[in-house]
Design a protein around this ligand. Sequence first.
Ligand SMILES: [Zn+2]
Length: 360
Amino acid sequence: MKNRNVDKSRNKNKSIDSDFKENTTFISNNHFNYELFPKMRLRRLRRTAAIRELFQEIRLSPKDFVTPLFVQEGINKNLEIESMPGIFRYAPDKILEEIDNISTLGIKAIILFGIPLKKDLYGKNSFNHKGIVQETIKSIKKNFGDKLAIITDVCLCQYTSHGHCGIIHENEINNDKSLDILSKTALSHADAGADIVAPSAMMDGQVKAIRDILDDNGFKDTLIMGYSAKQASSFFSPFRDAAHSQPEFGNRQSYQMSYHNSREASREIKSDVEEGADVLMIKPAIPNLDLIYSAKQNTLHPIAAYSVSGEYSMIKAATLNNWMDENLAVTESLTAIKRAGANIIISYYAKKMAEILRNS
Ligand SMILES: [Zn+2]
């Protein structure tokens, strides 16, 4: 009876073994599988801090990060954003000081958002060659040269009186009329010295329209970072407070994506690739780790992830209440974004993360 049981268990092991053989090359021998406990002990990899650090798979660096910066026309002191404690709208003559701090920490890029004094129906200030973003780009380039990559957000919502990302025609956001202004805006940024323009309006054909106008005007080396899969997300709310870009009526669901649809996100990403984007971006980041992963697996382009205002504000609010440790929460969430496949991470926590890395 006893022997029969032993035989049964051997047969059972044998069948597990042969299953493994079919599926993996990591098989030991017929008598014992070293992939299984008790020979295999994963806790060996975690025994001491030195061992854990040696086998750490994802390592963050300040060079992974891009800092978003808001520059506001017509103010002479920096204004803290109420829903994003610790984040400011910068006065034009104060922003260089902040960029110097960012650069000293080893961060290599910023993404710039402008808040103009005047808004109108067509967002004409967005392509004004003496506009707030264009002037700021010139002064950053003058002071920092190529030490820092300047990315610019190309959208109309900060510039239109109605707060939508495109032009309104016959009571709807008109895709094709918006392309003309978006591409003029991108051209004015490139002309001022932007290294990378990043169209975020979610208009169909925006990457192609911008690539065409840049090439026609001699800016063949200016990169385009597509906000490829940008979703109609509640996590953008603090940004609208920051950039004064709350739509006056309706919402953005007729142009930003539904977060229910990953297949549609793949089409958005594919169309940006075909239109000539150099970098693909997923936004927001933490709610879309699956999309970041699949974009990384299915394309050969660099993948950017935008960890948005709401992701910042959630951690900030919890840590201001001592509900979580800020440094640990920030490190964990940014590591998750990189682990999912992001090559670069745009984050309001970029500076804080660089400080954490410097002190670790
Ligand atoms: Zn917009």
